[in-house]
Design a protein around this ligand. Sequence first.
Ligand code: TXA
Ligand code: MG
Length: 335
Amino acid sequence: MSAGPEEISIALARLRVGGLVAFPTETVYGLGADARSADAVRRVFAVKGRPSTNPLIVHVSGEEMARKVAGAWPREASALARAFWPGPLSIIVPRGAGIPGEVTAGGPTMAVRCPEHPITLALLEAFGGPLVGPSANPSGRISPTRAEHVREAFSEEDVYVLDGGPCTGGIESTVVSVVGGGEGGVRVLRPGLIGADAIAKALGVASVVMEAKRAGGETAMESPGQLLSHYAPRTAAHLFAKERWAEVAARAERSRVVVVSPRGRTLAKGVHSTVIAMPADAAGYAARLYEALREADAVGAEAIYVEDPLEAGDDGWRTLGAAVMDRLTRATTPM
Ligand code: TXA
Ligand code: MG
């Protein structure tokens, strides 16, 4: 059931005394708390089991609130906010004086984002201030795309959950920095639903730097949350190229595994392994990805085999491929 005015009032009461409220967004559910309260923010880190070195995203109701909470609001930030907010883009700007160091892991910058969900926009408006919002999962686990996922992970006393239905985007926001990059220094630190091309276009530049660390890559990482193993199921999970389907099918006959594939794979009759069929289009795939990984994990199989979903020459995959592969390479090891 979707949260209404009554649930929003309960959420506000919790937030005003430094409590935690999970809120829906277009990407994943966030674990909200008053971004101006060091105590409330510490509670978020404690409940998630998140390393204090990993900074949080500050959620705002729009550009006006962003200007108030940021230490500076560069021209690029304004251009990006106008092009993509409310939407799945977190913009790194200098930290404002009202934001405690706990939010930014002691750093001089902060991430701000205005999420696109009517319930959470209403919550932010009524609260009248910024809310931190890491994904509402225990640190290192799969991000939640439904209210039930949050309820399964945290107690009602610790976290009040606002149900806004399933998240339509399904993977976390793009993180882009407009500070500290030197000349033309706009850099994508985490790929997400908004592609680098769209960001460059909104800024009127030819391209932006992709600094997102690939699993196994060497790029020095500024976004400390970008640990390599992340978003991971408990079951051993492997990523395989579509050319290797015959090998995976053979393994699926020998032992009990779960295959996650967008290519209509089927297994021989009598085999105890199962297939989770994924949408073939990039947006549909991203929206279903975390839920499918949870379902695969819940089977309790010996292993999960995730088929590389990329389709060369497809526009949707051109935009979302980097983000989806970023999450898949963190959730799995290569076969
Ligand atoms: O879509 C999203 O962004 C979701 C929803 C709830 O808004 N939130 C989310 O938060 O994914 P979280 O905490 O799971 O991921 C935040 C990411 C981390 O990779 C973190 O390191 C990075 O943003 N980040 C936050 N502040 C930063 C900063 N000042 N500089 C660089 N990276 C930062
Ligand atoms: Mg997260």
